[in-house]
Design a protein around this ligand. Structure first.
Ligand code: XMP
Length: 536
């Protein structure tokens, strides 16, 4: 049985990060809504309570009865989780005089406490809270303080119950991983046996058992998730898996041919469908972003369905859904900003059962599994790409000519990112290596491409805008291209990448000189929120 830590989600933005940190310790964990603790699950060995956007005394605050959990499992409350346990046991939580965000240092702490083992003196921790615990319940003891916050961490005396006001899961908490390790390994007794290899072994065995000799259909997109799902399924059921890859005409330059070639090399049974004519004709004259998305979503389902119907004995539809798509609690406070198309409507329509072998993995874990399965690096490191493709990166209506222009500009940008190498040292290098990106360390330095350092990049054709330029002796009146490159860990929030000026100068020059129809290049310096990654 795979033992697990349960993370009760009270709606904090960092809940997923807690999950990823625990998984990085090779300890399996699951995130569940604060009120859905799996009381019947014998594999649970410990519980973490997340932060929350609410104050404990807000009317809307998420409240939960912990009486069936306390005493049965070790508990660690983080931020709101800590405040909630202090407050509901007779402690006091009050609005902090000044809301405290950012760095603080553990000025005094009980180094003998098992939660704080090997935490360095004055260790930096990351605070992000508007409330503070001003008094702890009678039977609790303070185990750490910062200069501003007297109750930075506590323990219930004689119990395996702790609370920390700071966020050990965020990168800026220096010994945060050590603290989480102390909790999940030393206190909960976690065996740290969760790895890409163990995941593959158990998932392949499960797939073999569940699918038996059934036929399975899978929609490939060229992206990491569906590709890894396909290779995993191929390992389990071989030729009983049929993959369908639809070209809607709005993929990157040469993407369809390149990816089909990769899939064939991986031994996958793939049907490639060129449906670009259908999509271009349905999109003609459509300018409204949501309408474009809906047309492509529906068109995709129609084409996929028509192909899948030919495999008459198929029983399953497989998808590369990953964990962040499944975490139910994201909807606790989340709102839908854009409709994302996927093949979600297909299983009911086609009367197929759903198979999602990656539904428990975070994105970086999917990449690790892909590597362990021997997939080529360029497939594994591929940036995310939206289902509707370049259609949401062309403002206004879509024509094959505009797609051609954007493909050429985008290709120069992406190739440039791949070719430009940067040297990293120290913490930056460590972070890249920890993410599993293969790079050789020489004299304490690693070399990686700009492409590998960023989450996602692409060009956007501002085809509703024209500006004047001059080329040779001629006046031009053409479209600008906006370049977008962001850093992120999950696409929920993102920052614009600080690309080197010499790189931007070269790319801009190349695009304007080589791509007919473009006479100006801009760089998008908006973060998400308030912007989004895609323009439409
Ligand atoms: P936004 O623009 O919402 O994008 O900040 C967040 C992430 O989602 C990708 N994206 C999509 N992916 N179908 C997809 O499969 C879609 O319709 C879609 N729209 C956006 C986007 O590229 C980014 O990674």
């Amino acid at each position: 049985m795979q033992e697990k830590i349960i993370i009760l989600d009270f709606g904090s933005q960092t809940t997923q990060l807690i999950g990823r940190r625990v998984r990085e310790l090779n300890m399996y964990c699951e995130i569940v809504p604060y009120n859905k603790f799996p009381h019947d699950d014998p594999s649970v060995i410990g519980v973490i309570l997340s932060g929350s956007p609410f104050s404990v005394y807000d009317e809307k605050a998420f409240k939960v009865d912990l009486s069936n959990i306390r005493g049965k499992y070790p508990i660690l409350g983080i931020c709101y989780g800590a405040q909630f346990m202090a407050y509901t046991n007779g402690g006091k939580v009050e609005p902090a005089g000044t809301r405290e965000y950012g760095r603080a240092h553990l000025s005094t702490f009980d180094a003998q406490n098992p939660l704080l083992k090997d935490i360095r003196e004055n260790s930096q921790v990351w605070m992000s809270h508007g409330d503070t615990i001003t008094a702890i319940p009678d039977n609790f003891k303070i185990i750490a303080s910062t200069q501003k916050v007297a109750i930075a961490a506590y323990q219930a005396v004689g119990e395996k119950l702790w609370g920390v006001q700071f966020h050990p899961e965020v990168f800026h908490s220096q010994d945060g991983t050590q603290l989480l390790k102390n909790f999940v390994v030393d206190i909960c007794g976690g065996k740290q046996d969760w790895s890409a290899a163990s995941f593959i072994e158990s998932t392949v065995a499960q797939l073999k058992e569940t699918l038996g000799n059934d036929r399975v259909i899978l929609g490939l997109s060229g992206g990491v998730d569906s590709s890894v799902a396909a290779v995993l399924l191929n390992k389990a059921i071989g030729k009983n898996l049929t993959c369908i890859f639809v070209d809607h005409g709005m993929l990157r330059k040469n993407e369809f041919q390149n990816v089909m070639h990769d899939y064939e090399c991986l031994g996958l049974n793939v049907i490639g469908v060129d449906a670009s004519k259908k999509f271009f004709s349905e999109l003609a004259g459509v300018t409204e972003p949501e309408k474009k998305r809906k047309i492509i979503g529906k068109g995709f389902i129609d084409v996929f369905d028509a192909e899948a119907q030919k495999i008459t004995d198929a029983k399953w539809l497989a998808q590369g859904t990953i964990y962040p798509d499944c975490i139910e609690s994201l909807s606790i406070t989340g709102t839908t900003i854009k409709s994302h198309h996927n093949v979600g409507g297909l299983p009911e329509k086609m009367n197929l059962k759903l198979c999602e072998p990656l539904r428990l993995l975070f994105k970086d874990e999917v990449r690790r599994v892909g590597r362990e399965l021997g997939m080529p690096e360029h497939l594994i490191k591929r940036h995310p790409f939206p289902g509707p493709g370049l259609a949401v990166r062309i403002l206004g209506d879509i024509t094959p000519e505009k797609v051609r222009i954007l493909q050429d500009a985008d290709d120069i940008f992406i190739q440039g990112l791949r070719d430009y190498k940067v040297k990293l040292q120290g913490e930056e290098a460590r972070r890249v290596l920890a993410a599993g990106i293969p790079a050789d360390m020489t004299n304490g330095e690693i070399e990686v491409s700009l492409y590998d350092q960023i989450w996602q990049a692409g060009a956007v054709l501002l085809s509703t805008v024209r500006s004047v330029g001059v080329m040779g002796d001629e006046r031009t009146y053409e479209h600008p291209v906006a370049l977008r490159a962001v850093t992120s860990t999950d696409a929920m929030t993102a920052d614009w990448a600080h690309l080197p000026y010499d790189f931007m100068a070269k790319v801009s020059n190349d695009i304007i000189n080589k791509v007919k129809g473009v006479n100006r290049v801009c760089y998008d310096i908006s973060s998400k929120p308030p912007a989004t990654i895609e323009w439409e």
